[in-house]
Design a protein around this ligand. Structure first.
Ligand code: URP
Ligand code: ZN
Ligand code: ZN
Ligand code: ZN
Length: 510
């Protein structure tokens, strides 16, 4: 076991550290204002009109554009060893692609290798990711088995290493049974962490796979047949029931069906504290893409839970987001090349599960949500950034444009368009499930920690510029919602007089 984790200096830039953005519409989840923003040393120092700005400061004119908090993608799997393959987007290419699309922070899932402790898994992920990430990142820890050691190490991860969320699986060969889920949720609650579940009934799926293969259904079309909606919604309901017993806040990752979202809706009405995450794939695609006669095309769309054959699902999921039944949109970016997908050529259950989305999440949600008139820009900000920041205790440092917040900002041109293609995307994967989709809404400038990394559309990401962001336990949004209003930063004014904690951090880290 080795611990040394490199400290990335907070600001790799020195002189080019001042920036003013003028004339844009600042969109936060709670409203839109027309103000200028002054950024210095990586964070937002002033917001308002007629700001007094030091000479030599670079100005970006954002007239006619929206200024959004940088996207937070709470669900990625970079260089993840899974189903006999390793996902091809690594922490460098994955975070670079994220920035290209307007996402300035990701939360990846640390997944222990066989026999590896969750503590060692954490150290190894840090070792792998710290030097590669182009944007800030945090980690969720996966619990592929349950034991007293896991329970002990969860506490260490929370207390000493900035982990505040744990993912448990109800499917795959590393799923936990109900008693284990109960214990894991109980420990999360005790520690002030957020329990996350992959909610599908793994035992039913295993039996269905056997039955379908015996009938000669071996192609990708067998995937959804083996895990229909009720297999997802049953598990969501069970997870809610278990979480309620121990009063543990629950975050259901990748909600992919109407039935599952309806279970969450009911649970929320019954005051069960559950949050739901949709995927950008699920908001724009249905299961018809998995029954195509090209294996490569269909296999390219295989993820779990699956895209649903009910064609009304994508719009329904968007409406659930609009109504706050679901709160967050992730990508679940877990990319496998066509060659890797071929592992399942003769058996759909062996197709490595996962699709792209980290680069296109913001554009596709804008297109299907805002451009289509289902949600407004403030709700767009809530579901692509602010709510994830609140749930995982990054708010208001992230997910909000306010004084003192990190300068993670996207200048969004709602009138520009781009067409998504694997030929032009920045990801390592050779396929893009959104191929050919024209998106209105383009990130023209992306600013991460005060540095302009997409400059008039040109990507200038810097390997290793991102930092690991520790997430503290007991996120107020989850554990003490009444306190969240108090956290909201000033929207106007000047931060000069405010002692900035990050200045102190900077001195300590140097
Ligand atoms: O198919 C998926 N979702 N692949 C990634 C692993 C997971 O379950 O999130
Ligand atoms: Zn002005
Ligand atoms: Zn999952
Ligand atoms: Zn996932």
């Amino acid at each position: 076991m080795s611990t040394p984790v490199k400290k990335v200096p907070i600001h790799l830039q020195s002189s080019q550290n001042r920036l003013v953005i003028r004339h844009g519409k600042i969109v936060n989840e709670d409203g839109i204002t027309e103000d200028d923003i002054y950024i210095e040393d990586g964070f937002i120092k002033q917001i308002g009109r007629n700001l007094i700005i030091p000479g030599g400061t670079r100005t970006i004119d954002a007239r006619g554009k929206y200024i959004l908090p940088g996207g937070i993608d709470p669900h990625t799997h970079f260089e993840f060893e899974f189903m006999g393959s390793k996902s091809v987007d690594d922490f460098y290419q994955g975070t670079k692609a994220a920035l290209a699309g307007g996402t300035t922070m990701i939360i990846d899932f640390a997944f222990p290798k066989p026999g590896e402790s969750i503590l060692d898994c954490f150290y190894n992920y840090r070792q792998t990711a710290d030097d590669k990430v182009c944007c800030d990142y945090s980690l969720h820890m996966c619990l592929p088995h349950w034991s007293e050691q896991v329970k002990r190490e969860m506490e260490i991860l929370c207390k000493d290493h900035g982990i505040n969320s744990f993912k448990m699986f109800m499917a795959y060969n590393f799923m936990l049974n109900d008693a284990e889920l109960y214990s894991a949720f109980e420990q999360c609650q005790k520690l002030g962490a957020v329990a996350q579940v992959h909610a599908e009934n793994g035992s039913i799926i295993a039996k269905n796979v056997e039955r379908l293969l015996a009938k000669g259904i071996v192609g990708p079309e067998g995937h959804e047949l083996s895990r229909p909606e009720e297999v997802e919604s049953e598990a969501v309901n069970r997870a809610c029931v278990i979480a309620k017993q121990v009063d543990c806040p629950l975050y259901v990752v990748h909600v992919m069906s109407k039935q599952a979202a309806e279970v969450i809706s009911l649970a929320r009405k019954n005051n069960i504290q559950v949050y739901g995450e949709a995927l950008v794939a699920g908001l724009s695609k249905d299961g018809s893409h998995c029954t195509h006669n090209s294996f490569q095309y269909s296999a390219g769309h295989i993820l779990s839970p699956p895209l649903r054959s009910d064609p009304s699902t994508p719009l329904a999921l968007l409406n659930f987001l609009a109504q706050d039944v679901l709160q967050v949109v992730g990508s679940d970016n877990c990319t496998f090349n066509s060659k890797q997908k071929e592992l399942g050529k003769d058996n759909f259950s062996k197709i490595p599960n996962g699709v792209n989305g980290v680069e296109d999440r913001m554009s596709v949600v804008w297109e299907k949500g805002v451009h289509a008139g289902v949600i407004d820009p403030t709700r767009f900000v809530a579901i692509t950034s602010t709510n994830a920041a609140k749930i995982f205790n990054l708010y208001p440092r992230k997910g909000y444009i306010g004084i003192g917040s990190d300068a993670d900002i996207v200048i969004w041109n709602p009138t520009a368009t781009r067409i998504i293609s694997a030929k032009t995307h920045h990801q390592a994967v050779d396929f893009n499930i959104f191929e050919g989709l024209e998106c209105h809404g383009v990130p023209e400038y992306v600013i991460v920690n005060g540095r302009v990394v997409v400059d008039e559309g040109q990507l200038k990401a810097v390997q290793g510029f991102g930092r690991f962001i520790e997430t503290a336990v007991f996120p107020p949004f989850v554990y003490d919602p009444a306190k969240v209003e108090d956290l909201k930063p000033q929207r106007n004014g000047n931060v000069d007089e405010i002692q900035d904690i990050r200045e102190i951090e900077k001195i300590i880290s140097e």
